[in-house]
Design a binder for this molecule. Structure first.
Ligand SMILES: [Zn+2]
Ligand SMILES: [Zn+2]
Length: 370
């Protein structure tokens, strides 16, 4: 990846927010991804203006996600020539666009990371959650690795007073995607034997949320001992290495012979999906959350059909899932304090990206602080 560190050319005015009237400068620091060269630069850009139905948010924290890295390394196609990355934002509303009266300046919110296209066949039927051409923040329009970000007023979720911004920033993908996988796609319920392949950033939250949903037992499978130990700490009843030749025997013992009702593949490669499918009970289901270009091998038709196994793909979350997660955090049912692995200042965004690329310290989430 080619990189140029842009020098901040003009000092912007000091940006301070008093109790009610925020002072907003005219320019701000923002990370910019240039599709033609795949360069990531830090630039001084104009502070965006919220249009009708939009709000301007001062970013408190924004997560660094694997999908951000995928845009940089070319695995995700660029949809615009230049864009500010970062789609996992928590911050404070500092300005309302024309017509916005649902929010007020000073409200703490998590903006939605996507906007429905309002044109596809699902949007035309009013099924906006199933939009086929979702405009994604940080891909189709500017995201939150910047001091300010513009978002639609509809789709913002209020952050309860007792929920810190650091944990709120995790909800706009890193925790909401696992939430939707557990609650909506897999429908984990009390007594389900749950296996989770890959207990990194996504898988760790699958462990916590499966436990909250009543999964019994919860079995973490990974190749990394430190990740397995962390999964045990955060709620897994058992933690097994994926390269253990006796893995199936261990899962048989851990489940009293009934095997898994639900297995999440948070890695998304042929080997992990096959292991997960192989260890299912009758009517068991594998939900794939991880992604790669590899293929799924579900074994023989004979066994797959005889045991009535299922494989389901999962993607994303609904905005209402973020709201439910803020309630779980506020009520103390869910603790994400261990999920903030590191915080880097926006001026050191390159270091943050590198830390995730190199998996420095086995991170769950690295946050950027403008
Ligand atoms: Zn993300
Ligand atoms: Zn649409």
């Amino acid at each position: 990846m080619g990189r140029t560190e842009a020098v901040r050319t003009n000092m912007k005015e000091c940006v301070a927010v008093s109790s009610e009237v925020p002072v907003i400068g005219t320019t701000m620091l923002a990370e910019r991804f240039h599709a033609a060269t795949r360069e990531v630069t830090l630039e001084e850009v104009p502070v965006p203006r919220p249009g009708p139905g939009q709000v301007l948010i001062r970013v408190a924290f924004c997560g660094i996600c694997h999908s951000d890295l995928s845009l940089i390394d070319g695995n995700f196609p660029a949809s615009v020539p230049v864009v500010t990355q970062g789609h996992e934002v928590a911050g404070t509303i500092v300005k309302l666009g024309p017509g916005v009266d649902q929010w007020k300046v000073g409200d703490r919110v998590i903006p939605s990371a996507g906007a429905a296209c309002l044109r596809c066949r699902n949007c035309l039927r009013g099924n906006f959650a199933a939009c086929l051409r979702l405009n994604l923040m940080a891909f189709a329009y500017d995201g939150g690795w910047a001091e300010y970000v513009v978002s639609g007023a509809i789709g913002c979720s209020r952050i309860p007073d007792n929920v810190p911004f650091e944990q709120a920033a995790l909800l706009a993908d890193a925790v909401s995607t696992p939430f939707a996988a557990v609650v909506r796609t897999a429908r984990v319920h009390l007594g389900n034997a749950v296996g989770i392949w890959g207990v990194g950033g996504v898988g760790t939250h699958l462990v916590q949320l499966s436990r909250l949903a009543g999964g019994t037992p919860i079995i973490a499978v990974d190749i990394n001992d430190a990740a397995l130990e962390r999964a045990r700490r955060l709620g897994a009843d058992y933690a097994f290495r994926s390269d253990d030749p006796d893995l199936q025997v261990r899962i048989t013992e851990a489940t009293g012979g009934r095997m898994l009702d639900v297995a999440f593949d948070a890695v998304g490669i042929t080997a992990t999906a096959s292991q997960a499918i192989y260890n299912l009970d009758t009517n068991g289901q594998v939900v794939t959350v991880g992604m790669s270009a590899q293929h799924i091998d579900a074994g023989s038709f004979m066994e797959f059909s005889l045991l009535r196994k299922q494989v389901k793909g999962h993607l994303g979350y609904q905005v209402q899932d973020i709201q439910i997660l803020t309630e779980l955090l506020s009520l103390g049912r869910l603790d994400l304090s261990e999920s903030v692995s590191a915080i880097v200042p926006l001026s050191e965004i390159h270091r943050g990206i590198e830390m995730l690329q190199e998996k420095v310290g086995n991170p769950i989430r690295i946050l950027v602080q403008p």
